[in-house]
Design a protein around this ligand. Structure first.
Ligand code: ZN
Length: 110
């Protein structure tokens, strides 16, 4: 179980992009990193292709360590951390601040 998941809104707590907020696009469990939209942008030089007939330089987000991210709780709107809680048979993530469940919409999502 990961504490940060796809679809969470997160804020960067450390590093060059500190304070930036964005949605998690993807979590890379093997490297404990997450791809966050608009965060950790770098310029990538690309060759002409079907998608980019001119080639050139595009902005791309690079994954950043999950440990540098904090979830923004949809309930209390504060920067928070998730904690796991057993609810019957299920394990859910709860906000350590307001104690609300964070997985309202994607209970069974990985
Ligand atoms: Zn909360």
């Amino acid at each position: 179980m990961e504490k940060i998941r796809k679809g969470d809104t997160v804020v960067v707590a450390k590093g060059r992009d500190r304070g930036k907020v964005g949605p998690v696009i993807k979590v890379i469990i093997s490297s404990q990193k997450a791809l966050v939209d608009g965060v950790n942008i770098y310029k990538k030089q690309i060759k002409p292709s079907k998608k980019y007939p001119q080639g050139g330089i595009i902005d791309m987000s690079q994954p950043i360590p999950v440990s540098n991210l904090r979830i923004i709780c949809p309930n209390c709107k504060k920067m928070t951390k998730a904690r796991f809680k057993n609810l019957g048979k299920e394990k859910r993530r709860v906000c350590i601040n307001c104690k609300e469940i964070l997985d309202v919409t994607n209970v069974n999502a990985k």
